[in-house]
Design a protein around this ligand. Sequence first.
Ligand code: ATP
Ligand code: MG
Length: 330
Amino acid sequence: MKETVLSGIRSTGHLHLGNYFGALRNFIKMQYEHRCLFFVADLHSLTTHPKPADFHGNVHRVLTEYLAAGLDPEHATLFVQSDIPEITELYVLLNMITYKGELERTTSFKDKVRKQEDNVNAGLLTYPVLMAADILIHRPAKVPVGKDQEQHLEITRTLARRFNRLYEADVFPEPAAFNFGAELVKIPGLDGSGKMGKSEGNGIFLSDDEKTIHKKVMHAVTDSGPTAPNGEMPDTIRNIFTLLEVVSTPDVVTHFREAYNNCTIRYGELKKQLAEDICKITLPIRTRIEEIGADRDYLRKVTQQGAAQARESAQATMKEVRKAVGIQAF
Ligand code: ATP
Ligand code: MG
C-alpha cells in the first residue's frame, strides 16, 4: 500500500534554488510514488501580523510557485491550511493536553522570543501544537522534515501518544520522519556562506529574471585564483562548483575542474556559464509562474479540489477524535 506523506509549505518568501534542489525536487518525484499531501501553512504566518492583502498575496504566490515548479494537483493533494476548519478544531483540543513548560523549552520558541521580543503572542508559543494538528489531522505515516523541524515532529509524536493514552483510544499513529537520505543536496550561498536561505538573504529565486540572476552570480565571492596545480579549493570556490554540478552538464563541470586544477581558470567565465545554466533551468518555471499566477480560475479549481480531498481525510479523523474526547450530539 502507498504511504501517506504530508508536508507543510511556509507561506512567506519566494522559492530559491536551495528550496528547489533541496526538498522540492524530491517532493515532485515522491508525488508519483506515495499518497502525498502538501499544504500552504498560512495560519502559521499570522504570528507576525501580516496585512490582510499581504496574507492572501503570500498564499497566492507560494501556491503559484510550487505549481509552476512541478507539484501536480492531479497526483498530490494540494491545499491551503485555512480552508480546513478541522485543523483549528484539532488544534484547540491538542492545546488542552500540551503543557506550557514543554512549549517554552522548544528551540524555535526561544528563537522567536529573541527575534520578536515585542510580539511574544500565544500563537507563537503554541506554534508546535498547530503544527501537530496539521500533521495528525491526516494521520500520515511520514513527514519530511529538515533539521530545524525535528523537535516539532518529536512534539507531534508526544502529543499523539498522550492523546491515545489519556483518552484510551487508538486514534493517532506516530508519524515518522521521511528521510531523503543521500538524495538531499545542500545548496550553498554564493556569498561564502554555507547555505542558501531566505533568512540568509542570499537567495537566487525561481522568479528572478535573467538580469537579476546574472547580477547575483557575477557577485559571487571568489579569490585571486589557484596558485598551484591540483590545490585544495577554498569554500567560496567549492560553493560555485557545487551549484555548477547541480545545474550544468557533466562535461561543463569537468572542463572547469580541469581549468582549476591546471590554474588556467577564469572565474568570470565560470560565473557566466553558471548564470546561463541557472537561467536555462529556471526560465520555463518563471514562465509558468507568470501564467499560473494570472489564472485565478485555475488556482480556484486547484484549491477547491485540494480542500475537498483534505477535508474528507480531516473529517474522518475528527469523527474519531470527537468520539474519543466525549464530544457527542444529543
Ligand atoms: P528560512 O531562512 O526562513 O529558514 P529557508 O530558505 O531555509 O527559510 P525553508 O522554508 O526553511 O527555507 O525550507 C523549505 C525547504 O527547503 C526545507 O525542506 C529545507 O530543508 C529546504 N532548503 C532550504 N534551504 C536549502 C538549501 N540551501 N539547500 C537544500 N535545501 C534547502
Ligand atoms: Mg530553513
